[in-house]
Design a protein around this ligand. Structure first.
Ligand code: FCB
Length: 446
């Protein structure tokens, strides 16, 4: 399969160095300090200490044979208060990281926002502030100005569904707000505007022709059978707005790619729906070069019924990961196929993987056979989509290394590389060696 093979991480989850070299506090620094928010009271203060060990980590990427590495920039590391003074030391870190990657011929794919928002901006209203899209665009300009002589691939936002829905409507992620549905929709609208202004800022400041995408979370229903009516039912659920929250796909990607909110959402949100200037949609809907998507599992199954699509939950005995997520390889087939049909953009899988019960065994290795089986079965479904004509250009395993898994702390290990969180020692898992072979043979075994 001729695609770009990579692995993903994000700044708060791996960098540590939470207050080193002038970095400002992020909302996750604050959220982790509040008792009860994170399993075992964990935090990202040190995490994988990637900030200080990046050279070793790039060496491991080279060893695995990664062709590309997706990482995110910590906004408060670059602009400690979110707006205003720039922390040159922070930019220097990303400079060195990019240079080290390029020296090893690993292409950087930069996510400009993967949830670690400057705490100072929350004190100014965060995403509810009408100026917030501009704050984001100014930050993006600073980063692009500095790195775009060497970096061409940019993702504006990671999973807006998650940080807006889980962090603003539900108190499950930072900043831990519990806004009304209407205010959450307003915050979301500002994120969409930020995406649009961010795209404009990238194009205006890039020193080379930039390639821009965004990376929503894909929420997918699988057809309960291969009957056309069940496939249609699953498609309808996937692009519907079934719940009164913002955890769905079309609310976010329809404005970004098609230039309007989905009617199903406007109906569902009813009185909570916000007023906005129709001109905003022109800003939000910018030309994109690719559509990235994070895919882990199918939500449930759907089948047709006389009253519309019916949801069928997976059985209790379906194989599950440590996160309790059902193992459903077909998510890579249906989601890429349907999103390609709907949005007509080249597709990148920007995250896919699982948490397993991994440890360094007596022989010094990590024999994570379940992870190998997971990747092999998921990638076969990706190949099926590609063989049927879906334009898939890249695949990024989540994650390069074990890291801080948000509210789950260090309990969940998603890495191809095992990290001993006490000593920082890295060990390539068997899956990393398997991935190395897969990359070297361009997925011949699939
Ligand atoms: C995604 C996030 C990523 C990681 C994986 C497991 O929702 O984008 O940071 O936590 O889940």
């Amino acid at each position: 399969m001729q695609i770009t093979w990579g692995a993903s991480t994000s700044s708060y989850q791996i960098e540590g160095a939470w207050n080193q070299d002038g970095k400002g506090p992020s909302i996750w620094d604050a959220y982790c300090r509040e008792e009860g928010n994170i399993l075992h009271g964990d935090n990202g203060d040190v995490a994988c200490d990637h900030y200080n060990r990046y050279a070793e980590d790039v060496g491991l990427m080279k060893d695995i044979g990664l062709q590309s590495y997706r990482f995110s920039i910590s906004w408060p590391r670059v602009i400690p208060k979110g707006t205003g003074t720039i922390n040159d030391k922070g930019l220097e870190f990303y400079d060195k990281l990019v240079d080290t990657l390029l020296a090893q011929e690993i292409d950087p794919l930069i996510t400009l926002f993967h949830w670690d928002y400057p705490l100072a901006l929350i004190h100014r209203g965060g995403w509810l502030n009408p100026d917030s899209p501009k704050w984001y665009a100014d930050y993006v300009s600073v980063v692009v100005e500095r790195l775009s002589d060497r970096v061409t691939n940019w993702i504006t936002f990671n999973e807006p569904q998650v940080f807006i829905n889980e962090g603003h409507l539900n108190d499950f992620h930072a900043p831990g707000l519990q806004l009304s549905l209407s205010d959450t929709l307003r915050a979301g609208h500002h994120v969409l505007l930020a995406h649009g202004l961010g795209c404009q800022a990238i194009r205006a400041h890039s020193k080379q022709v930039a390639r821009i995408g965004w990376a929503p979370a894909g929420k997918t229903w699988a057809p309960a059978s291969d009957q056309p009516e069940d496939i249609e039912a699953a498609h309808e659920m996937t692009f519907g707005v079934p719940n009164k929250d913002l955890f769905n796909d079309p609310w976010w990607s329809d404005p970004v790619v098609l230039g309007h909110y989905p009617e199903a959402g406007i109906q569902r949100y009813g009185n909570a729906m916000i007023d906005f200037n129709p001109e905003d949609m022109k800003t939000i809907c910018q030309p994109l070069d690719f559509f990235a998507i994070n895919l882990y599992f199918c939500e449930s199954m759907a089948k047709a019924s006389p009253t519309g699509p019916e949801t069928i939950q997976y059985d209790g005995n379906i194989p599950r990961t440590m996160m309790d997520w059902p193992i459903t390889p077909e998510v890579l087939y249906w989601s890429t196929k349907w999103n390609y049909e709907r949005y007509k953009l080249p597709m990148i899988i920007s995250e896919n993987g699982l948490a397993c019960m991994d440890w360094v065994q007596a022989d010094g290795a990590v024999h994570d056979t379940q992870r190998i089986d997971f990747y092999a079965s998921y990638l076969k479904e990706l190949k099926r989509a590609k063989d049927e004509g879906v334009d898939i250009t890249g695949y990024y395993a989540w994650s390069l290394m074990d890291n801080f898994e948000w509210s789950q702390g260090y309990r969940q290990r998603f890495g191809l590389i095992h990290v001993d969180m006490d000593t920082g020692k890295r060990t390539l898992k068997d899956s990393a060696k398997w991935y190395r072979n897969l990359i070297a043979t361009q997925g011949a075994e699939l």
